[in-house]
Design a protein around this ligand. Sequence first.
Ligand code: HPA
Ligand code: ZN
Length: 336
Amino acid sequence: MTVLHDFIRALPKAELHIHIEGCIEPELMFHLAERNGIKLKYPSADSLRNAYRFENLQDFLDIYYAGSSVLLYEQDFYDITWAYLLKAQENNILHTEVMFDPQAHTSRGVPFSAVIGGIYRALVDGYEKLGISFRLILSFLRHLSAEDGFKTLEEAVPFQGWITAVGLDSSEKNFPPDLFADLFEKAIEMGFLTVAHAGEDGPPEYIWAALDLLKASRIDHGNSAIQDSDLVDVLGIYEIPLTSCPISNLKLKLIQSMADHPLKEMLDRGIKVNVNSDDPAYFGGYLNDNFIAVADALNLSKDEIVHLVKNSFEASFITDGEKRAFLKKVEEASCY
Ligand code: HPA
Ligand code: ZN
């Protein structure tokens, strides 16, 4: 098995579903809390890590937003992004599409410019110093109002050139995509691409709505798609990618064991699914860990792993020429 694990580690990869606020390892959280004079509820990084036990999505989100409160200044956003990029390098990630949640910070009085400024500066450094290319995705929090989303979209205008797409995350149940149709229509009018978390713990209807009303180019998670065979057909025919996050799904008890993950069935049924880490500092696994976990539990072959990796590059928001160059690197690495 370790041969397959080494094969996974050596493959050049892309990551398309990663929340930058989900990359604050407990040690970094303590460091930032101390630097900013913030007292955390836990006495040590280890005790904080021990508290990362979740029964469901909301349990996690409560801790995730509490953790985000250590972020006050531009440098803090730089530091968490840089920490992720070093992990990305370790995981042989050549291209990443990073999501950020501005409302989690502007609601605490942190300027939008400090949030995006720090993240973007680190991503540019990551490109120049580590050779990792990137896109940036502004995610709206769906537990807040569309009106709040419109305000955030307005704040993004001076930085529009830095942002490729808008997304939708946070608590899914009872916050259907329908609530954000006008907001996404406006974002599309402004030239943004769109993605949306849908079918993470919500029904297939939310995936349909993300496609029909939000015009999502990709669906984040999309676990429940497998329950609806018409939807499976549409995702396959229109080549709409699902950005799956297996360890996240397991840690949030959306599946009982990794062997129950729908990833292989999705692949077999023709969906362009790919593998991602979501919030690795909270779920205890970066991208290679996610690949290894599903490869072991679902008995994935080398070919299936290469297929998943190619799906990530193909589903990314880079140009066709860039995609071809990355896919060639995957081909070269998979021949060994
Ligand atoms: N789901 C919804 N919202 C999120 C997540 C997630 O897994 N991670 C960060 N925000
Ligand atoms: Zn997510």
